[in-house]
Design a protein around this ligand. Structure first.
Ligand code: FMN
Length: 180
């Protein structure tokens, strides 16, 4: 094996699905793109990495709610566009022609065009590492949607699209929670 620059190590690990995170700051809705995500356990708890450099962060910190919306490959240009402009001066729902739909528990909206949406409460912020810990309180899947392939950011401006699904459910049965 050849040595890889340490600064590139994250590109080997990063490729969870790119998600959109909606927030509401008390006046308006906003969306940001997030690829630094982590599933923390089955309960379900998630973490995202973000911080003060984004407009969304103050709404996350103050109102302690968000929605994780899962886009698919046909939405990639919207996803990158949302992640390269700021809600400080842009209405991203209008600019990227996305529909805000009300959730049942939290104030930030679901994104109607996405494959899935997860309403979340912020339960912790680990300032030292810019980690925002989220607890999901409701989740929705658009079962009628034809395009289901999510995208995975490598971190260098390129993306990997979902491929073939491989089944090892029997082999993993002892590790899977009931009903999953
Ligand atoms: C593909 C992609 C992935 C991104 N992932 C993250 C991330 O994980 N964490 C983060 O803080 N910013 C991430 N960003 C950058 C934010 O989405 C970007 O700064 C955005 O403009 C923030 O919007 P806001 O200022 O309206 O909150 C990503 C951007 C792109 C294009």
């Amino acid at each position: 094996m050849r040595q890889l620059k340490l600064s590139k190590a994250f590109t080997l690990m990063e490729s969870g699905p790119v998600v959109l995170v909606t927030t509401h700051d008390g006046k308006k809705d906003n969306i940001m793109t997030v690829s630094w995500t982590m599933v923390m356990d089955f309960t379900p708890l998630f973490a995202i990495t973000t911080g003060e450099w984004n407009h969304s962060f103050s709404a996350l910190r103050k109102h302690r709610e968000c929605v994780i919306a899962i886009p698919t490959v046909d939405m990639l240009d919207q996803v990158v566009g949302i992640g390269t402009c700021s809600g400080a001066d842009t209405d991203k729902f209008s600019k990227f022609k996305l529909t805000a739909a009300p959730g049942k528990v939290v104030r930030p909206p679901l994104i109607r065009e996405c494959l899935a949406n997860i309403e979340c409460k912020v339960i912790d912020i680990v300032n030292r590492h810019n980690i925002v810990v989220l607890e999901a309180v409701a989740a929705y899947l658009d079962t009628a949607r034809k395009e289901k392939r999510t995208v995975h950011a490598v971190g260098d401006g390129t993306f990997i699209v979902d491929g073939r699904r491989i089944d090892r459910r029997k082999m993993m049965a002892c590790k899977l929670p009931y009903g999953v």
